[in-house]
Design a protein around this ligand. Sequence first.
Ligand code: HEM
Length: 495
Amino acid sequence: MSSTPLIVLLGPIAFVLIIRWLKARRHTIGPSGPLLSYLGAIKFLFRGQEMIQEGYTKYKGSMFKIPQIFYWHVIVASPRLIEDIRKARDDELSLDEMTRQVVTFLIVEWLLCDIRPSRPSKQITQSGQKNINALLPEIREEVCAAFERFIPPTDDWVSISVYAAILKVVSQASNRVIVGLPLCKHPELIDLNIRFTVDLFQSGMALSFVPSFLRSSTVGTNHRGEISSIGATWSRLGRKTGDISLGPVVSYTDSKRTSIMQNDFLMWLMEEATGHEREPDPLTRRVLGTNVAAIHTTSMIFGFALYELAANPEYIIPLREEVERVVEKEGWTKIVMQKMRKVDSFLRETLRFYGTAKTSINRMATKDFRFSDGTLIPKGGYLSATTDGIHHDEEFFPNADVFDPWRFANIREEDTESLKHQMVYLGREYLAFGHGKHACPGRFFAANELKGMLAHVVLTYDVKMEQEGVLPRPMNFGFLWGPNRSAKVMFRRRK
Ligand code: HEM
């Protein structure tokens, strides 16, 4: 056979493949193409932060995609286009579906499946915000008690692998609001709540390498109705947490139960629950779900803030002066929380500079979705906003790559609309708590807890890094990001 018919035959195929390859390469970060994209997905696990930053630099104002093992993840790199996500309806761009399919299949399957649509957020927003100010004295008391327990003040310097201690402080203090006294102090419950989230995310990460059609049998019940080993482990963990946290409450009859119930999240849940939702299982899942949302996010931000403080002890004095001044005048009240502007600014800057993730506002398109710039995300596509790119953009934050703890306090001095620079205030250029209707409903609680913790640290301790002045390197694996887990901070009772 002469070569001419072969060229005629293969030429168009090669042409189509080249066009498809060129199209796939458009707005793509990392190796692309049929097999190379797998290399890109592996590269992302180890160089995720740099790949997202590279995408932002190249495609600021639009969007880019990064390869994952089974899909392409679209990263939106423009505040204007993030507004489109904010305005989209849940049946166009879905947070639940995204979480279920990609982030951690289990969070939705095991924690939320039978309680949708009344998710934990509803209780936190409706009851929580109303109650959180009333609970300030309790939060403050538990923050002090937890620090005393896990980082007891000493006269001489002691070196502590502090991240593990922070997780415990946050677990105990948060659970004062979630399940109340005395359970919040229960050592086993504190550990279970921390471990449950870690297991969930690690396994969720592992599951992202399993094709979706195999996931149900990996994590849930298989075709014979047996619970798989991963599912069984979670079930046991969940059950144990449930037994500890809810056992004493739900095993009482209704009248006795009322007498031991306190003003906490569990009580709000039980008051609002109807029918099946009042049973121990759904209640346990909601308590667990709240702990998943609350503990690691709050700990990460506090971890980053503490490392900045310990690496730059000169930040302590202005914070200490502020806390002492406002507390002396007002006591530990809601007003104090509002008046601690430097404390608030320190934490907002931590959320801006570090955050709990390099991306947020994660969504899945449940139907074809067209952005206002004309870009089409086909049904089933995954997307997120690049928090980090925007937070480190000079256009929005001068000296964006510098951690300036007083940045927002200084802006508030000059801006008549000073409230919008508080740590809980959302905006399309400040995405640490998301944006729009799914923005973090727990942020008011987190803000009070974090401010209480930072205030307590500067009032009680002197701190410095074991390696003086050296900021520990954050950890990053794919989309996961957080403070260094092994760095040591030196503490002593304040001199
Ligand atoms: C510094 C601490 C925290 C940070 C940085 C944080 C951040 C976030 C972010 C980025 C989202 C996703 C928003 C979106 O997709 O648009 C979110 C959602 C959520 N957060 Fe937080 N969060 C924190 C603390 C908490 C706490 C303490 C609670 C509970 C007590 C909580 C409960 C939730 C819930 C229930 C959602 C889901 C909202 C929904 O589905 O509509 N978070 N959070």
